[in-house]
Design a binder for this molecule. Structure first.
Ligand SMILES: Cc1cc2nc3c(=O)[nH]c(=O)nc-3n(C[C@H](O)[C@H](O)[C@H](O)COP(=O)(O)O)c2cc1C
Length: 321
């Protein structure tokens, strides 16, 4: 790796992937099937883990990934209690080599990284979190702005990039509101290493979200584009919800805060997303949700981002023109 390389080339070389395109880890939204499809198509698939709750259940998905791809992939472990135990088990028993840590990177992980030659990406949603991990040897930093469907903070993706990139010691990836090849081109012009998509993959045909929910979202969009609302759900967490009837009702009654202050209710909500739903459901998604107009596969998304980049940049990925 040379410092004269564009960060996108450093990113693809470090991760061993074809395109500087990451599929963000999504609790209940990215299982083994989606991860393998993204990785086979040339991006980095990332397994969400929060809703699986145990090492054994995470490993069921890891084995599905291993059976379906020989390309690199990652496991996402967000900030929650006992997360270091999960990482340790995944490394020492499960043989996992690449992680995306959501908002944390402890000394223990640093030791595991050195001992097992791990690749560690860290996603940060505020300059404060970025400062907490600035001494750690991360391989890429993902800045996740409040356009995103995941855990948010006060800053947009571009603001986070401007605040954090000057201090970063490895390629910076933009997450939150990123969608297509034009976004990827703009990110690379800015000096970022690549982009991470959550929402677009969340609603694709390979995700574990039940088809009835995906179809409803496409149907709404065809009539009136869906909007989203950023909401504080607990003292430490903001999420962006689709502004549908279910959201409005739960917001007005205070139910959203009740759910997100009770882990069991969060898990129950996650489980419901895998089942058929006839009515609109309380669902988080990024600002880009209005762009969904047809059902795409994960491979189609990856290829369409690469093709859009080629058109915008007049160059093949990962070369930067
Ligand atoms: C339904 C959903 C669940 C998510 N869960 C997680 C998670 O468990 N851990 C995490 O680090 N990020 C999570 N994210 C954030 C994504 O990894 C990604 O960075 C983000 O969605 C990118 O923004 P976008 O949704 O605008 O594309 C989630 C996002 C969505 C939409």
């Amino acid at each position: 790796m040379s410092d004269t390389q564009h960060p996108s080339q450093r990113l693809v070389e470090r991760l061993g992937i074809r395109y500087p395109l990451l599929q963000g880890g999504m609790t209940f939204g990215s299982d083994g099937k989606l991860v393998a499809e993204v990785s086979n198509a040339g991006g980095l698939g990332t397994l969400g883990t929060f809703h699986y709750r145990t090492y054994d259940k995470v490993m069921v998905e890891v084995e599905k990934i291993r059976a379906a791809t020989d390309q690199p992939w990652a496991v996402n472990v967000p900030f929650f209690e006992n997360n270091i135990e999960l990482v340790r088990e995944l490394v020492t028993q499960g043989g996992v080599k690449c992680f995306t840590l959501g908002g944390w990177f402890s000394k223990e992980v640093e030791e595991l990284k050195a001992e097992h030659d791990l690749t560690v990406l860290v996603s940060v949603n505020s300059p404060t979190v970025a400062r907490m991990i600035e001494e750690r040897p991360y391989d890429a930093l993902i800045v996740q702005g409040n356009e995103s469907g995941g855990a948010n903070n006060a800053f947009t993706t571009r603001q986070l990039y401007d605040l954090i990139a000057p201090l970063a010691t490895a390629p910076v990836v933009l997450a939150g509101g990123q969608w297509d090849g034009v976004d990827l081109h703009q990110a690379l012009v800015l000096g970022a290493g690549g982009i991470q998509l959550g929402t677009r993959f969340f609603f694709c045909s390979d995700s574990p979200l039940h088809p009835s929910i995906k179809e409803k979202v496409l149907d709404y969009n065809s009539k009136r584009p869906l909007t989203t609302t950023l909401t504080q759900v607990s003292s430490t967490l903001n999420l962006r919800f689709i502004a549908n009837k279910a959201f409005k009702k739960a917001d007005q009654s205070g139910e959203i805060t009740e759910i997100f202050n009770d882990k069991e209710r969060v898990f129950a909500l996650s489980a419901a997303y895998a089942e058929e739903q006839r009515k609109p459901v309380l669902l988080y998604a990024g600002t880009g949700v209005y762009k969904l107009s047809e059902m795409e596969s994960a491979a189609q998304i990856v290829e369409s981002v690469a093709a859009g980049y080629r058109e915008a940049a007049g160059a093949e990925l990962p070369a930067f023109a």
